[in-house]
Design a binder for this molecule. Structure first.
Ligand code: ISL
Ligand code: CA
Length: 560
């Protein structure tokens, strides 16, 4: 497999609004991030992915961009951003920026022009259609039946020209028209501008939605008119040819609803598109049939099946990105671990998984200290547009308040967005003012200061895993093989590179579990093996043919 720096790197994702506030206005900012660069260096991460910091009316916290080449004033200035980049580069770290070009804000100058008149030069920068005449007589006249990710129709009527515009996300996020060559050129020029400023790559927001099916037909059950549309690979190859191929950068595309075969088209080594994609299959495991807001139990065998499918099918063909949470998802520890009694060991067990699969690991801010989901009493304390729109829609449809709150506690995006917990002082040391979103009340126990003071903390475990990645090529490049598919309590697999072999054994539950090594699947000479890392004290030279694993115990052995 071809060696690349972005395969060997560990990425740390920053959600700037919630990371660190430097001026007491309750909103995280660039100077706040700069003040924490030594913290990030200490953790040992190589690349920072910065969520959007561009000018934005913040309908969707920066994912609605009104000017792609300026910095949101709440976050600071372009000079602050340049200082951040220099501060990272001085410390040997890299920066990747969020590229949000499926849509812009409705306050972007292009859209302000576009909505003025049908013959405006910018009209075709967006997707406008006239309404249907309402043949069914049900009052529905939207151009087609597409729904928005954020509830309701994906079409918004605009009085100025009596037409509808398409918005797959909020109505303040009109979709750009990628069929228009001028739009593509604007995007490529803007990307080049940032790359020439010295950034090291892009994370591309919902990039597999940019090509829409011509004619915009109604979507039928199980089909979509905009996921992996007909021209998406043509556009990605054009973007690569015009822009990315000229720089040594890393790219990761956020792609929803993709299979491994789709991912190979986007990120195949010989495709000339992207380096890797984020896929969401595991994120659906606990939803049941009703979609994202459903809360259903999940089985470890199913979890392993999903992870293994991606590991095996991409092996040698495309590179995986590995994440267990991000700014849109609940906290990994609350979702897949145990945020009560077994907080620390389960956080470390999940970290072991994150860092020992094949692919580039992504740590989401706060994960390294074991931050958890939050439960606010009142819906008024929530800020996320997706959550608030869903709440309104479900209430209108007669759902019970407390049932909706339970979905929000399990799945709401604000779980990930509560401010970073730096210490046990007021507002967790995030701000001296009033935070834009309340701090999780558990900050007295869970915070950076106490993590740094405790050598057995989750933080130091992450740090050690990152160090191991730098020392053992097998962690980066080794081939993955699942050891015991049916076991409902233990997840075990090997990673093999030439003569080097790792054996990873994870107990996913709070009950002790017996692990019996299947020598037909895992062959090596001696009965003992070198323990690289564990979240418990493990006796030296223990026979690993049979083990009793303690609650959430994780072990990584090197077999030779
Ligand atoms: O949040 C989600 C799951 O709850 C997804 O549906 C999410 O909206 C989707 O993955 C796209 O996410 C990205 O684009 C959105 C933005 O709100 C998200 O924060 C971003 O990650 C629109 O730009
Ligand atoms: Ca601030």
């Amino acid at each position: 497999m071809v060696k690349k720096w972005w395969k060997e790197s560990v990425v740390y994702q920053i959600y700037p609004r919630s990371f660190m506030d430097s001026n007491g206005d309750g909103v995280g900012d660039l100077k706040g991030i700069i003040s924490k660069l030594d913290y990030l260096k200490n953790l040992g991460v190589d690349v920072i992915w910065l969520c959007p910091v561009y000018e934005s009316p913040n309908d969707d916290n920066g994912y609605d961009i009104s000017n792609y080449q300026s910095i949101m004033s709440e976050f600071g200035t372009m000079k602050d951003w340049e200082d951040l980049l220099a501060g990272l580069h001085d410390r040997g770290m890299k920066l990747i920026m969020d590229l949000v070009v499926n849509h812009s804000s409705d306050e972007h100058a292009w859209f302000v022009e576009s909505r003025k008149s049908k013959d405006n030069p910018y009209r075709d920068y967006y997707i406008w259609r006239s309404g249907k005449d309402d043949p069914e007589g049900d009052g529905v006249t939207e151009p087609n039946n597409w729904g928005s990710f954020f509830s309701g129709s994906a079409w918004q009527y605009d009085e100025a020209t009596a037409e509808y515009f398409l918005h797959i996300f909020s109505k303040k996020q009109p979709d750009l028209n990628w069929e228009n060559e001028k739009v593509r050129k604007e995007v490529y020029d803007m990307m080049t501008w940032w790359l020439d400023k010295g950034i090291d790559g892009f994370r591309m927001d919902v990039i597999n939605l940019i090509s829409k099916v011509p004619g915009l037909p109604d979507s039928k059950e199980g089909e979509s008119g905009f996921i992996n549309g007909p021209r998406v690979h043509e556009f990605m190859q054009e973007m690569n040819r015009e822009v990315l191929s000229k720089y040594d950068v890393m790219t990761v595309g956020e792609t929803c609803d993709v299979t491994p075969d789709d991912a190979i088209l986007f990120a195949g080594e010989d495709r000339g598109e992207l380096n890797m994609v984020f896929q969401f299959e595991l994120m659906g495991i606990d939803s049941g049939p009703t979609g994202k807001w459903g809360v259903a139990p999940w089985k470890l065998s199913e979890f392993k099946k999903i992870v293994s499918k991606w590991q095996v099918e991409l092996q040698g063909k495309a590179w995986n990105s590995i994440y267990l949470n991000n700014h849109d998802q609940p906290r990994l520890l609350s979702r897949f671990g145990n945020d009560g009694e077994h907080h620390s060991v389960s956080g470390k067990m999940l970290a072991t998984l994150l860092h020992t699969l094949q692919g580039t690991p992504y740590i989401y801010q706060g994960e390294e200290i074991g931050m958890t989901n939050v439960r606010f009493e009142s819906i008024d304390e929530y800020k996320d547009i997706e959550t608030l729109n869903m709440y309104r829609e479900y209430r209108d449809n007669g759902h019970d308040h407390s049932a909706i709150m339970n979905s929000i506690y399990a799945k709401g995006r604000d779980n990930a967005r509560t401010p970073m917990q730096w210490n046990d002082e007021a507002n967790a040391g995030f701000t001296t003012g009033t935070p834009w979103l309340a701090v999780n009340p558990n900050y007295k126990e869970i915070n950076v200061e106490s993590a740094l003071a405790d050598e057995g903390s989750i933080f130091y475990y992450y740090k050690k895993l990152i160090e191991l990645r730098k020392r053992h090529d097998v962690i980066v490049y080794g081939e993955y093989v699942l050891v015991d598919a049916e076991n409902e309590q233990i997840y075990a697999y090997t990673r093999t590179l030439g003569k080097e072999q790792l054996l990873v054994i994870l107990n996913f539950y709070e009950h002790p579990a017996r692990f019996v090594l299947d020598r037909e699947k895992v062959s090596f000479d001696s009965n003992t093996a070198e323990l690289l890392i564990s979240n418990y004290d493990v006796p030296a030279d223990q026979d690993i043919d049979q083990l009793i694993l303690r609650p959430y115990e994780a072990r990584v052995y090197k077999l030779t």
